[in-house]
Each structure stands twice: as structure tokens, then as C-alpha cells.
Design a protein around this ligand. Structure first.
Ligand code: PLP
Ligand code: ZN
Length: 416
């Protein structure tokens, strides 16, 4: 059975039954984003700490909190339950008592987006869709292409011009039909919407599909369960469209409402300084989309975020904060996350780490705090971007003298 009781418009508060609307007809597809509501008392009868202990290590362990009803879940969709890694040296560098990293880079297609795409694919199969589609700057697309290939669905992807090679290679390797739109993300997005309407493809675009953000929610459900007896004060996550941060906040809040945890964590939402319309809306109360973006962190280069309202409200409800970080701070975070924690983060993921340092500097996060940073994507996604941050190798002739020269310059002394 489904535990979804209905959908509520985040703009006007209007309620809808499942299946009656995908966006609020009064507020329109731009503003009328819907939020799925669940019968939590009913969920709590079967989803308990004790029952969770016996469930498989995937995000399907939370199926009562996912909008998939009794749909069967293909065994090939192994998503979720990524590890949480203690990072004491990174904590020291960031100036905070404790840092743990939730490494979503280990997910099937190497990003957090697998959580949403897998829910989309299960729903598409249940609705007997023949194909699925999305517009994406990269990770939403590569995760959808992975999930579609894993279950045998046809997949259509609209990417903007500026997609990194690693992500493009993933799409093609998973066999998606890729439309590289010679324009920006907004144009690719609009074209995808129209193509879905015309051909009946299942639309994975997160903001207009109220069910996909529920998949992202499992990131928050997992943080809650994995840290149940050892709670963080803050959870840091980078923000583009706003679905990820909203999903994570909702997941933690639902685990508290169910009594599986008895704490809540404050959410630190991190935007890139060059593309920070949601951070500005959080400060000023007024949302203004941008005409162009521009950040090194391509996955959060989102000048027209569709889910700004959910993001602002969920961060506020958690007593959280927004910060923005420069590309230089993000590059620095790529370096320290790799070197001090052994985790290779793509730029948008490293932004969550950069945000912790910035929040500590501004006095938003106290130096005694414990933080979980969401590493939303793997650095191998964008090796060109990574190389801009991490330097270059020592080019040498095949000579021991040259090895010795460099090792000694670094202060090494060979034992006699
Ligand atoms: C998509 C993405 C984000 C941000 O998620 P939004 O829902 O767009 O806010 C952060 N990091 C990575 C690696 C992503 O792919
Ligand atoms: Zn509305």
C-alpha cells in the first residue's frame, strides 16, 4: 500500500490527491511545486528502529517513506546506504571539532542523484512508461541513464553545451540517447519538458516531479539512522536547484517525527558565490532568478533554480543557514578533502566542505560543533575540473637522481 496521503502546493498551500496534478494548477508549473505528504502514524507501525535493523543495506529499506506504493523493485537497482567516514584531519583544517563525510561518490553512478533517479525509474516502470527523460547538467542524467540501463528502459537526455567529458562518457556508456543542446541549461530543460509532453516519456526533472525529491530524502533518512546515537549539530550540503537540500532536511525531520531519532540537525546550505540566487532569497525574502550562472562547480551552476522555495523553507525550519563560497574556496576544498580525508570530491560536492570552513569563519558554526558534510559526487566525474585544483605531476627523466632531487626538496632523507 501507499502511505502518501496527498500533495500540497508549496506556494499557496492547496492540497491535491495523488495523480490529480504534478504542479499546482493555480500557481502554474513555475511556482506551484508540490510536496508529498505521508501518513506518518501508519508508516511508524512498520518502520521502526528494530525493523530497520533487519533490512537490506539500500535506500529501499525506507520504502514506506517512498512514493512507490507496492511496486516491485528490480534487484539490479542497488542504491543508497553509502558510508559515513570519520575525517579528523579535515576537521582540524576546517576549524571545527568533528567532521564526518557521507560519501555519495560511491553510489552506483557516483553521485547523490541515484537516489532520485532510482525512484523515478521504479515509478516509470509502474506506470508502464516506455521511456524516461531528463534535462541535466550531468549527474541527474548519468544517474538516470544508469538506472534506466539497469532495468532496461529507454532513456533520453538533454544536456547543455557545457557538460564535462566524464559525465558525457557515462551517458553514452549507459546507452542513453543524448541531445546536446547548443544553448544553456534553461533551454535544455524547456526542450525536455516539451518532448516529454509530446512523446509521453516519463519526466525525471526533479523540481516539477514531486516524487523524485522523496528519493533524495533518503540521504537525510540515512544520515539520521547512521548517526542515530551520535548526532551531528550540522549537516552541510551544496545547493543548485534546491531539491537535494530540501530532501535531506525532510528526511531528518521525518525520522524525528517517527521517533526513530530524538534529535534534529541544523542544515548548512552552500551555494557558489557566482550563482547564489537561493542564498540571496534566504537573506532578503525575495527571489530573483539570474540570467546566467558561472561557477567552477558545474553541478550547482543553476541560475534559475526551480525548487528555491522548498530549499529556503526547509533550511529555515531546521534553524539552519545559507553561505556562499568562491571558486577558489571550492578548489581548496577539493584539495583538502582528498588529502586529509582520502575522499575525491567533485567541485559541487567539495562546496559542502568549503561551506563548513566559511560558516566557521563567519561564526555561524561554532568551533566545538560536529558536522556531517554530504559529498554529493565523485571527483572522477570531472577530471579536468579536478586538475585545475590539484596541480600537476613532477615530469622527470627515468633517473634516480631526479627522484632523489624532488624527494629531498620535500625534506625526505633516505636511510643509509
Ligand atoms: C545536483 C547536485 C547538487 C545539488 O542538488 P540540487 O538538487 O540541484 O540542489 C550538489 N552536488 C552534486 C554533485 C550534484 O550533482
Ligand atoms: Zn498553488
Amino acid at each position: 500500500m501507499s502511505f502518501v496521503t496527498g500533495l500540497v502546493c508549496v506556494s499557496c498551500g492547496g492540497s491535491f490527491r495523488e495523480g490529480d496534478a504534478s504542479t499546482c494548477p493555480r500557481c502554474g508549473p513555475g511556482e506551484g511545486i508540490l510536496d508529498a505528504r505521508f501518513d506518518l502514524p501508519a508508516v511508524g507501525k512498520s518502520l521502526t528502529r528494530a525493523s530497520l535493523a533487519g533490512r537490506p543495506p539500500t535506500h529501499w529499506r525506507y520504502r514506506e517513506l517512498l512514493p512507490i506504493g507496492p511496486a516491485p523493485i528490480p534487484e539490479s537497482l542497488l542504491i543508497g546506504w553509502t558510508p559515513i567516514i570519520e575525517a579528523p584531519r579535515l576537521a582540524k583544517a576546517l576549524g571545527v571539532a568533528r567532521v564526518r563525510l557521507k560519501d555519495e561518490g560511491r553510489s552506483a553512478s557516483a553521485s547523490f542523484k541515484d537516489r532520485a533517479s532510482s525512484v523515478g525509474v521504479v515509478r516509470a516502470l509502474n506506470e508502464r512508461a516506455t521511456a524516461i527523460a531528463c534535462a541535466s547538467t550531468g549527474n541527474a542524467a548519468s544517474s538516470l541513464a544508469h538506472c534506466a540501463a539497469a532495468v532496461g528502459l529507454r532513456c533520453n537526455i538533454f544536456v547543455p553545451q557545457s557538460v564535462p567529458q566524464g559525465k558525457l562518457a557515462q551517458l553514452l556508456a549507459y546507452g542513453a540517447r543524448v541531445f546536446k543542446v547548443l544553448d544553456n541549461y534553461a533551454a535544455a530543460y524547456d526542450l525536455c519538458e516539451r518532448a516529454c509532453a509530446r512523446f509521453g516519456w516519463y519526466n525525471r526533472n526533479c523540481a516539477v516531479n514531486p516524487y523524485l525529491v522523496e528519493g533524495k530524502k533518503t540521504g537525510g533518512l540515512e544520515v539520521a539512522e547512521q548517526c542515530a546515537d551520535d548526532p551531528p549539530n550540522w549537516v552541510s550540503v551544496s545547493v543548485g536547484d534546491g531539491c537535494t537540500v530540501a530532501g535531506i532536511a525532510k528526511g531528518i525531520a521525518q525520522m524525528k517525527a517517527l521517533g526513530i531519532i530524538d534529535w534534529s540537525a541544523r542544515v548548512l546550505a552552500v551555494q557558489a558565490a557566482g550563482v547564489a540566487p537561493i542564498a540571496r532569497a534566504f537573506e532578503s525574502g525575495h527571489f530573483e532568478p539570474m540570467s546566467v550562472g558561472g561557477t567552477y562547480a558545474d553541478s550547482i551552476d543553476c541560475p534559475v533554480p526551480r525548487n528555491w522555495r522548498k530549499a529556503v523553507e526547509s533550511v529555515r525550519a531546521s534553524d539552519g543557514a545559507f553561505v556562499s563560497v568562491t571558486d577558489e574556496q571550492i578548489m581548496d576544498a577539493v584539495r583538502v578533502t582528498g588529502r586529509l580525508a582520502g575522499v575525491f570530491a567533485e567541485p559541487a560536492a567539495a562546496a559542502a566542505v568549503a561551506g563548513v570552513a566559511e560558516a566557521v569563519r563567519r561564526g555561524v558554526i561554532h568551533s566545538g560543533a560536529s558536522v556531517v558534510a554530504m559529498i554529493t559526487g565523485n571527483g572522477l566525474k570531472d577530471t579536468a575540473g579536478a586538475l585545475r585544483a590539484v596541480g600537476s605531476p613532477h615530469e622527470i627523466r627515468a633517473s634516480m637522481d631526479e627522484v632523489a632531487r624532488i624527494a629531498e626538496r620535500d625534506g625526505e632523507i633516505a636511510p643509509r
